[in-house]
Write a protein that binds this ligand. Structure first.
Ligand code: AMP
Ligand code: GLY
Length: 396
């Protein structure tokens, strides 16, 4: 098969890496890709938000499948446009992507499907959570314990558009990904990501700054039961509304004292959980993405820990460009996978180009071993101002 991956981050590098190992892959393309992806695929200088150019590229290359990484093009209707032009695509229609694109739509679908989530509050009073309705790249949520935090959250949310206030839930979080085709789905094992920039979950939320799998508190083999309670009712509800979901349905969950509750749904692979999950996948990713759900993913017992190396001023800014990066080959030689997230080549030299710069994935028989491998490899990489959390998968 000829496959085109859309996107340019660490998630897309991990997808390209996994696809490049497929027996059924003939040619791999990426748009726009990044220097890491370029080692595995032909990269084309077409942006993920240039719908018309992507459709032309997919047709010109006569690809058998387009795999869309990020949410924004899906919410904007890229999958609809590709399907309309006869190109197969892994990714939901704009209508089904509303499960991520509109928090109020997601709440309405969950209510109709009988899936437990945080209750919407009629009055804003701490403790509570303020959330903007539309896409906000992980920056549209304020968890408010005090009146001062609530005042700040309401002010910030108002500036971004429609928002709602919901119940503040407590408990460990997990991400559960399901590959879905209408009313059927198969699940990946649970993973955990780290959203706050600082050690000990301090500081502002980011797009995701570390991840690991398997989890100590939710076993891999609990995934089918969660799928049954969370993903399948939502998939049936979307199908019932005439907007079946094809692609990756990502549930962000919290294990509260009253059981599992949905924090959010996303309509695509999570970043950086994908970087920890795909290295655990033993079976071929491509048939799954091409719609063959007859066999669930085969998952190795080994553990994976992903540490994200970021720019010094991330998440306030995501435009740290031109700073030379050293040591990637050294980290790979130590046995780690290094996925590029925000890099570029300048005169043949690898430099920073973004906020999240590199993802270093350590593998091992246990989470502890994988964690040591990830931090050992991360320690071999250096660029001016490099930041990382030191507690990813600690105490796991
Ligand atoms: P979201 O963008 O909806 O995933 O929210 C980002 C992060 O905010 C989540 O990963 C949680 O840590 C936190 N969060 C969101 N909603 C709630 C909630 N209702 N209660 C507690 N924390 C929440
Ligand atoms: N890991 C969080 C996200 O992908 O939204």
């Amino acid at each position: 098969m000829r496959v085109l991956v859309v996107g340019s981050g660490g998630r897309e590098h991990a997808l390209a890496w996994s696809l490049s190992r497929s027996d059924s892959l003939d040619e791999l393309h990426a748009a726009p890709g990044n220097p890491g992806i370029a080692a595995l695929a032909h990269c084309h200088p077409v942006r993920a938000d240039d719908q018309a150019a992507l459709v032309s590229l997919a047709r010109e290359l006569r690809v058998d499948l387009v795999v869309v990484g990020p949410e924004a093009p899906l919410v904007a209707g890229l999958a609809d446009e590709l399907r309309h032009r006869g190109v197969a695509v892994f990714g939901p229609s704009a209508a089904a992507a509303g499960i991520e694109g509109s928090k109020s739509f997601a709440k309405e679908v969950m209510e109709a499907a009988g899936v437990a989530t945080a209750a919407t509050l009629p009055v804003a009073r701490p403790p509570c959570v303020v959330k903007v309705d539309g896409l906000a790249a992980g920056k549209g949520v304020w968890v408010c314990h005090t009146q001062a935090e609530l005042d700040a959250g309401l002010r910030a949310a108002q500036a971004l558009g429609p928002f709602h206030v919901e119940e503040l839930l407590e408990g460990p979080e997990l991400s559960l990904f399901a590959v879905a085709a209408g009313e059927t789905a198969v699940g990946f094992p649970p993973a955990r990501d780290y959203k706050r920039i600082g050690d000990g979950d301090t500081g502002p939320n980011t797009g995701g700054i570390g991840s690991f799998s398997p989890l100590p508190d939710v076993a891999d083999d609990e995934a089918p039961e969660i799928l049954e309670a969370v993903h399948l009712p939502v998939l049936r509800e979307l199908a019932h509304r005439g907007t079946p979901f094809q692609g990756l349905l990502y549930a962000g969950l919290m294990r509260t004292e009253d059981g599992l509750r949905v924090i959010e749904f996303n309509c695509r692979f999570g970043d950086p959980e994908t970087q920890s999950l795909l290295p655990r996948l033993e079976s071929d990713l491509l048939p799954l993405l091409a719609g063959d759900l007859s066999r669930p993913p085969e998952i190795a017992d080994r553990a994976a820990v992903t540490v994200v190396l970021t720019a010094p001023d991330y998440p306030a800014r995501s435009d740290y460009s031109g700073t030379p990066i050293e040591g990637v080959a050294d980290a790979e030689a130590a046995g780690a996978l290094v996925f590029h997230a925000g890099t570029a080549l300048h005169d043949g030299r690898l430099v920073t180009n973004g906020g999240r710069i590199l993802n270093v994935v350590g593998l091992g028989a246990t989470v502890d071993e994988a964690r040591s491998a990830a931090y050992d490899a991360a320690g071999r990489i250096d660029f001016a101002g490099m930041h990382l959390r030191t507690d990813i998968a600690a105490n796991a």
